[in-house]
Design a binder for this molecule. Sequence first.
Ligand code: SDX
Length: 389
Amino acid sequence: ISGVITLDPGYKNSGSCKSEITFLDGELGILRYRGYSIEELAEKSHFLEVSYLIIFGELPSVERLEQFENDIRKFTLVSEEMKIILDGFPRTAHPMGVLSALTSALTAFNPKSVDADNEKDMYDAVCKTIAKFLVIATWTYRKSMGYPLNYYDNTIGYVENFMNLMFKLPTGPYTANPIIIDALDKLFILHADHEQNCSTSTVRMVGSSHAGLFASISAGVSALWGPLHGGANQAVLEMLEEIHATGGDADKYLAKAKDKNDPFRLMGFGHRVYKNFDPRAKIIKKAADEVLATLGVNDPILEIAKKLEVSALEDEYFKSRNLYPNVDFYSGIIYRALGIPTDMFTVLFAIGRLPGWIAQWKEMRENKEPIGRPRQIYTGYPLREYVKS
Ligand code: SDX
């Protein structure tokens, strides 16, 4: 029963939903955005083009994509008062908690995104969200380091701006390594949408009450933060680092993961839907090899990950439960090679997932879906009389 919510005609929108955006087949390990395979898009497209496809349903022409990128550039300035909110956080605050708060605060400075009932307001809300979310996401890192905040540079690309916003020094321009930009672009594509996962269904649920786009995305950020969901990419790296620090005995951790008296789970393994290989994990594993080789990074953590994967895939406990590496198992290794700090890994997941959240919120609003209201199976007391004891 748990997790199985059926569409009950008596209760509209009881939890399942219809969508034209993403198709995935957990048995066959298939993932498609608007009918295009994730393998083709990761190979041939780039993140803003895939974002446009996911949000508006079709691949844009060259001119239309250029217009989309220019429309995003119109909104890359973030209200200076947002810095006052940022200043209120301790430097030790987790970036995902800061990002969720700042995203919700954007509503105060962009009230029009609350309704987005007409096409123009909806389009502007989409461009605003894509523009401002990237800036405030990097501000969480700059804040944690006590560094001055950077501004979006409208003369360079969206993914390049991530590195520019994160690492640019006050003196002089930031020149990103194209290998890093390509790897990040591919990782953002792989994270862009994933049907009704925990954070996306949260965005749809919050948006179904006609809360605004920023408020709905803020709720999605909070859901993604959890270590069973997007927070897993940070937890994978921490797990691999612990294995490395304690002598590299992967089998010891495999045994822990199988011990029912031990709450430890092998992070980056298993999935609610994929009962075969997560197609994204295959692409990311290949990219990890390529990126580390090209950057000349020899990371013992990658070797431990590969050893752990081989042992788990041969292990009866994991095989019998169809536990395979998921999208989070290898992504952290690339992020680390790109110089991204561990507690920013889930923020990168959020940046990648943003177009999916926007698309699903937009679809739900344009379909005029009713407010979300899942029902329950009551397992409490039957009627009983009030007797004072
Ligand atoms: C993401 O939904 C999405 O699409 C999410 C996502 C996306 O793109 O949005 O794909 C991103 O969240 C990927 C998942 C990242 N999370 C992790 O890597 C955390 C570790 N994984 C697990 O906690 C777990 O596999 C889940 C949460 C991902 C899935 O949990 P399920 O489907 O509810 O699995 P389950 O709890 O029913 O487990 C079935 C069995 C249990 O054993 P038994 O009771 O049958 O004896 O498998 C075991 C579990 O104990 N199990 C694991 C395990 N995952 C499941 N045992 C050890 N290590 C694991 N990782």
